[in-house]
Write a protein that binds this ligand. Structure first.
Ligand SMILES: N[C@@H](CCC(=O)N[C@@H](CS)C(=O)NCC(=O)O)C(=O)O
Length: 215
């Protein structure tokens, strides 16, 4: 199995979860500014051009972060990375994945293009970064209230939405959003950062694309 990723991008969430799951996998790094990877044009691998994409051992390809996270969790049911199918807890976990994908992830992603090329994922302009802060801050405040009294989103155990939320919080920090304004969210971030799976993923990926000012 191969995870196509870009440093610090949303692909970091499945990267973390694959490590939490203890599944064997290889990584292929993608340069989002050129859409190239080690073996050529990434768009030949994933016609959507974006990461993450997960190439399965049977040759099938999965895309869309929230779906890849579900697939990973379902490979290792004993690890409880998602609640059992058919339970209301499962639907609440899916509710979180959908919320993170549509209300956080999408609101962080900039529509900016520089010379016709996608600005990777976070805005590179002061204006764009301020717009992102305005969009995501109320949603982060809401997540903070939901996390009150909990170690992780589903309670005491780490689950798939935690990996996704953690990656979104690294983006918030890069845009200068002060997490200490939201104590539950800040505590969650610290707890996640201490997990070996998270530390390993961050170390291997290295620093994400620079937030250059294009003004
Ligand atoms: N709908 C996709 C969006 C993925 C996405 O936004 N990927 C960004 C990085 S976080 C990307 O690869 N952008 C480059 C591009 O669009 O060319 C998902 O949920 O997985």
């Amino acid at each position: 199995m191969i995870l196509f990723y870009a440093a610090g991008a949303s692909s970091q969430a499945p990267h973390i979860l694959l490590r939490e799951a203890g599944l064997p996998f290889a990584l292929e790094r993608v340069d989002l500014s050129t859409h190239r990877y080690a073996h050529g044009d990434y768009r030949q691998v994933n016609g959507k051009g974006y990461v993450p994409a997960l190439l399965l051992d049977d040759g099938d390809m999965l895309t869309e972060c929230a779906i890849i996270l579900q697939w990973i969790a379902d490979q290792v049911p004993d690890r409880n990375l998602l609640p059992r199918e058919g339970t209301s807890a499962r639907y609440h976990a899916l509710e979180w994945l959908h919320f993170i994908a549509t209300e956080l992830h999408k609101n962080f992603i900039t529509p900016e293009r520089h010379g016709g090329v996608a600005a990777n994922f976070l805005s590179k302009t002061k204006f764009g970064q301020e717009q992102t802060r305005i969009q995501v801050s109320p949603r982060l405040a809401w997540v903070d209230r939901q996390l009150e009294g909990r170690a992780y989103m589903a309670g005491e155990n780490v689950t798939a939405p935690d990996a996704y939320l953690f990656t979104m919080l690294t983006w918030a920090q890069r845009l200068g959003i002060d997490l200490t304004a939201w104590p539950s969210l800040a505590g969650f971030f610290e707890k996640m950062a201490e997990r070996p799976a998270v530390a390993e993923a961050l170390t291997i990926e290295g620093p994400p694309h620079a937030l250059l000012e294009a003004e």
